[in-house]
Design a protein around this ligand. Sequence first.
Ligand code: AMP
Length: 210
Amino acid sequence: MESIVLFGPPGAGKGTQAQRIMDSTGLPQVSTGDMLRAAVSAGTPTGIEAKKYMDAGQLVPDEVIIALIKDRIQEADAVNGVMFDGFPRTIPQAEALSGITEVSHVIAIEVPDGKIVERICGRYTCADCGAVFHDSFNPTTVEGKCDSCGSGQFKRRADDNADTVMSRLNAYHEQTSPLADWYRLKGIFHVIDGDREIDHITEDILSALK
Ligand code: AMP
């Protein structure tokens, strides 16, 4: 079982690219952010605990995240590995992951800090299939209609606002970016310029995975 890690700051396009490369890799997307948002909506104890950190743009404690991943990796679709999106985000999470599954590639999508706020503040997702769009950079082809599934229902994340983005960016620089060296030393770290056309980024990711 070999997994892929999609690494990068909030708003780098990890979720967008995960959806695009799912078919080629055959690996399911495992987004800790999506799992936490589902827990918040369902009002589970994990969701209630996580919400206060998410609203403040801070990382949810490692033990909560590691427990979620340990459960998720037991599911049938994870038998050949998964594509992690937004995990690991700290050294303790990466250490825990190394005891759970083999990581074959870490794809680091780089976007300058100055571009992150505008990228995050305009994004929205299809409420039915989860396809990701952006008001300016990647709008739906037909207004109000999802390109992937045709739904007319969209949602925006509560934490996609200018105040929370700065905290999320700080958490990334302080707690997550040290992981780059951890994975670079293992020789599995691929840097992809994420400040380009979405299709070009997908092509580069697929080449890095060959
Ligand atoms: P994301 O959807 O990946 O941007 O995550 C949204 C929020 O969920 C983050 O700002 C954190 O509060 C929390 N979160 C998601 N993944 C993790 C993780 N691996 N470790 C800690 N907190 C996380």
